[in-house]
Design a protein around this ligand. Structure first.
Ligand SMILES: Nc1nc2c(c(=O)[nH]1)N[C@H]1C(S)=C(S)[C@@H](COP(=O)(O)OP(=O)(O)OC[C@H]3O[C@@H](n4cnc5c(=O)[nH]c(N)nc54)[C@H](O)[C@@H]3O)O[C@H]1N2
Ligand SMILES: Nc1nc2c(c(=O)[nH]1)N[C@H]1C(S)=C(S)[C@@H](COP(=O)(O)OP(=O)(O)OC[C@H]3O[C@@H](n4cnc5c(=O)[nH]c(N)nc54)[C@H](O)[C@@H]3O)O[C@H]1N2
Ligand code: SF4
Ligand SMILES: [Mo]
Length: 813
């Protein structure tokens, strides 16, 4: 049997409506007409790859029964990497979740019985009704990652909970905090190097084999001879050709980058005019750390003031003709004041290269050379994606942004762009007086505050706060967890605490496509569509331009797989729990009939398109036509300029001295803090770091091509191996220095990892689900590095520490 496409599905819609006894989607799995089996019949439909969070533009091509992908080369972020190419294997994966499952054993035992959708959804909703009645809707938490991220506010607010808590504290919270403080920008794609035009790029803890659009843009820069520097305890694949690798001690990046700041200031290698014009370096700061305003010094303005060397007076920073960068003196009423630049200079002076060498293990001469090369070529320091590694990383990424500011590399050619933003509307917004949804519905306000930002106010999506609430009942109880397309066991810190939480919850639901580790702990497992089986309208992430894209639905689930669209699954759970609220947002009982759901999706899509059309003053039809035919639409092109326009910082400028940090009672300047895990002290104690490469991936680690390419060994430097008498391929046991957790793995001896450091790929191995079977059992081999961690989180932004330290014992050949 073969499957049919969306177009066929539309044609079939009428037929199906007549055959009311037949339930979608099973009935859609039909044999296509004979002539369509011919390779000559070609269909080429744009889709957005979902095999990692990058969302590249692909074409899904079908010639008869042959299906494959091509890159969408005109797309602002053209894709197609090995993970994308293998994604068809997720669709007809032998371990694919096929029917809703209900737990019959203990949590963790993975004993289930198959149930039908009605039973599963009704039982879940019955339980949720009890929980909501007893503890309030806020006791229900959704945790998720990329899948349905846009839909989450609508789903959660309709249920009445503010708690949709993403993966971000384990991903980008450190750099998001930094971007917020220095640039007033948001998550990783909101700023990134202008790769095409870059002259010199410093990557800190980035492998870059993630997000093909970037790799392709970078290729253009490579052809022009850009210099690439990878600061990383291990050498990733991207660092292997025509690049410099700087093996650094884990968790010391802030010291390295601040030392670069020191060299650049000391040797006057910064762009003084740019710094004066586009940053708040000239702001005058009082002894208590707060900025001087006109009012403070008796002027007729509430603006921040600078010292104007021409006027020889305190002048609004907006009006100054010749602001002083290095000025210190007495100001009326406020006493001694100094420019922000002088404070930065003094902070960076704590890290002269010789001192930084002691912290980072990078030779002082190297730090000096990189600083000089970077400044004289007006380079760019990449601002980070997965930056939650040591629970001290936000300072590193603040320093990275300051380095860019010092050389005038923000919103300039070859510098860091600040993304235009597509003005994509939210699916729902919670205002103090009411909730409004994309469908035009309104609901009473959400009373409870988010469980994460109560504890980590600066950046949301800190899952550890959910665990705390489950275990302690504080600040309010959390009783139900719905895990959607994300895997807390390979995602989050502190596995013991996660297990304790999963045992304690009153309801655990997992919505996934394959048996990830948390499936074993679920009361109900609900099989979702893979991305090729649903439509998705989204922004284009990794582009400076404002652009949107449409991923078309190209497949139905294969025979025997009764998967449903996760948006429907969640809306149905919500409707069956709180029918009146669901009706208020336009989601009524008629959508219980799954094949009517497309109407609701179409309504939502229409509203988004109308909103975009209004925001950009482009006809809906024009956007729609482009999305249908090419899969994307560019709303506005970014053009490099001399420096950024008004930023969303308190001053509107690049804030090398962060005024927002003062609101959080945080240090306005970055500094290096030692990471929270125990420092290796004995000869057999190591840092354990982890990361990615082309063949290791979020979402796709399950596909067959990838699974057998992945390296599940622990990388060890030859000198360490020799010292410990360990040979390539030997079996070792790792024991967490902080939590005593033990796990065994084989060693790969390679000089691609710094001495004293071990490296493993995250998500590649150490899988535990009892439902993993057959040749896929190889996924059990190797290490899950997260199991060696405790709840190490940065205050304010909750960025976690996923590196750790371990003791190594050889246990066999
Ligand atoms: N192939 C692939 N691509 C992906 C994904 C995937 O899973 N696989 N996931 C997507 C997602 S969600 C994200 S966030 C991005 C992430 O993409 P990146 O931000 O590029 O993150 P990683 O690829 O994990 O690279 C982490 C690197 O940091 C190094 N490292 C570890 N600790 C330290 C440290 O203390 N200091 C320094 N300087 N380096 C350190 C590791 O050795 C590793 O080489 O990739 C996206 N694309
Ligand atoms: N030690 C360590 N920890 C890390 C990282 C690291 O590099 N090292 N990286 C961190 C980062 S940057 C991130 S983003 C997180 C990522 O962590 P997760 O968000 O957990 O990402 P994945 O591991 O890719 O899990 C994705 C899940 O989605 C499922 N899935 C795939 N397609 C679909 C679909 O269409 N629908 C549904 N419902 N499910 C689907 C997959 O089967 C898988 O279970 O991990 C973080 N944790
Ligand atoms: S980089 Fe990520 S989104 Fe892009 S093609 Fe590869 S897996 Fe897909
Ligand atoms: Mo991530």
């Amino acid at each position: 049997m073969s499957e049919i496409t969306r177009r066929d599905a539309i044609k079939l819609g009428a037929l199906l409506a007549a055959a009311s006894a037949v339930k979608w989607p099973v009935s859609l799995v039909v044999k296509p007409p004979e002539q369509e089996q011919s390779l000559a019949v070609e269909e080429k439909v744009p889709v957005m790859c979902n095999m990692c969070g990058a969302g590249c533009g692909l074409y899904f091509v079908r010639k008869g029964k042959v299906m494959y992908f091509e890159p969408n080369l005109e797309h602002p972020q053209p894709g197609l990497c090995a993970r994308a190419a293998s994604s068809i294997q997720l669709w007809n994966h032998p371990l694919r979740l096929k029917k809703p499952l209900k737990r019959v054993g203990e949590r963790g035992e993975a004993k289930f019985q198959e149930v039908d959708w009605e039973t599963a959804l009704n039982e879940i909703s019955q339980k949720l009704r009890d929980i909501v009645a007893k503890y309030g809707p806020e006791s229900v938490v959704f945790t998720y990652h990329d899948f349905y991220a846009w839909h989450m506010p609508l789903i959660a607010f309709t249920l009445g909970t503010p708690n949709y808590v993403q993966h971000a504290s384990c991903c980008h919270n450190a750099s998001t905090y930094a971007r917020g403080l220095v640039l007033g920008a948001g998550g990783p794609p909101t700023a990134d190097p202008d790769y095409e035009n870059a002259r010199y790029i410093v990557f800190v803890g980035r492998v870059l084999n993630a997000a093909m659009g970037m790799v392709q843009r970078l290729q253009k820069a490579r052809e022009r001879g850009v210099k690439l520097v990878f600061v990383d305890p291990r050498m990733g694949n991207a660092a292997m050709s025509e690049a410099e690798w700087i093996p650094i001690i884990p968790g010391t990046d802030a010291a390295f980058l601040l030392s670069m700041v020191h060299v650049i200031i000391q040797e006057k290698l910064y762009d003084e005019a740019w710094v004066k014009k586009y940053t708040n370096a000239c702001f005058l700061i009082k002894q208590d750390g707060t900025p001087v305003t006109g009012k403070d010094v008796g002027k007729d303005t509430t603006d921040y003031v600078v010292y104007d060397l021409d006027a020889k007076d305190f002048v609004s920073y907006k009006a100054a003709k010749n602001p002083a960068l290095e000025w210190e003196g007495d100001a009326p009423n406020v006493g001694r004041v100094r420019t922000a630049f002088l404070l930065l200079r003094d902070r960076a002076a704590l890290y002269p290269p010789e001192e930084a060498e002691k912290i980072t293990g990078v030779p002082a001469d190297t730090i000096r050379r990189i600083a000089r090369e970077f400044a004289t070529s007006r380079g760019v320091v990449e601002d980070g994606w997965w930056t939650s590694k040591n629970a001290n990383d936000s300072d590193a990424f603040r320093a990275a942004l300051i380095l860019n500011a010092l050389v005038g590399s923000i919103d300039t050619r070859g510098g860091l762009y600040v993304q235009l933003g597509a003005k994509f509307p939210a699916s729902a917004t919670a205002a103090p007086d009411k909730v409004t949804t994309i469908t035009g519905g309104t609901l009473p306000p959400i009373k409870a505050k988010r469980i994460d930002t109560l504890k980590y106010p600066a950046v949301p999506h800190v899952f550890d706060a959910v665990l705390d609430a489950v275990i302690t009942g504080q600040p309010y109880p959390v009783k139900a967890l719905i895990i959607v397309g994300t895997e807390p066991f390979t995602r989050d810190v502190n596995t013991q605490k996660l297990v304790e939480t999963l045992k304690k919850l009153e309801l655990v639901v997992v919505i996934d496509v394959v048996p990830n580790d948390s499936v074993d702990w679920a009361d109900y497992v609900l099989p979702d569509n893979v991305y090729l089986e649903r439509e998705e309208l989204a922004t284009v992430k990794w582009t400076p331009h404002a652009a949107v894209q449409l991923s078309h639905k190209v497949l139905d689930p294969p025979p025997g797989v009764d998967a449903r669209n996760g948006f429907w699954i969640m809306m149905e759970i919500v409707r069956r729990t709180v029918p009146d609220r669901a009706a208020a947002v336009g989601y009524t009982e008629k959508y219980a009939d799954y094949h009517k759901f497309e109407e609701f999706e179409t309504l939502v899509k229409r509203k988004v398109l109308e909103s975009l059309s209004k925001a950009w003053n482009v006809p809906v039809e024009e956007i729609e036509k482009a999305l249908e035919e090419k899969g994307f639409y560019v709303l506005k092109y970014w053009i490099p300029r001399a420096g950024p326009g008004a930023l969303k910082t308190p001053s509107g400028l690049v804030e090398i001295y962060s005024l927002k940090a003062l609101d959080y009672k945080d240090d306005p300047l970055p500094k290096w803090k030692p990471p929270p895990y125990k420092k290796p002290a004995a000869p057999n104690e190591f840092y354990l770091v982890n990361g990615r490469d082309q063949f290791v991936t979020a979402h796709a680690v399950w596909t067959k091509n990838i699974i057998f390419l992945v390296d599940r060994r622990v990388w060890m430097n030859p000198r360490d191996a020799e010292r410990l008498g360990i040979k390539d391929g030997d079996l070792v046991e790792l024991e967490g220095l902080d939590n005593g957790f033990k796990q065994r793995a084989r060693v790969k001896v390679t000089n691609r990892v710094r001495e004293g450091v071990l490296f493993v790929y995250n998500r590649a191995g150490g899988r535990t689900s009892r439902l993993i079977a057959g040749e896929y059992e190889v996924m059990r081999e190797g290490i899950n590095p997260n199991k060696f961690t405790l709840s190490w989180l940065e205050p304010l932004n909750g960025s976690t520490g996923l590196n750790s330290t371990v003791r190594v014992t050889r246990v066999g050949a």
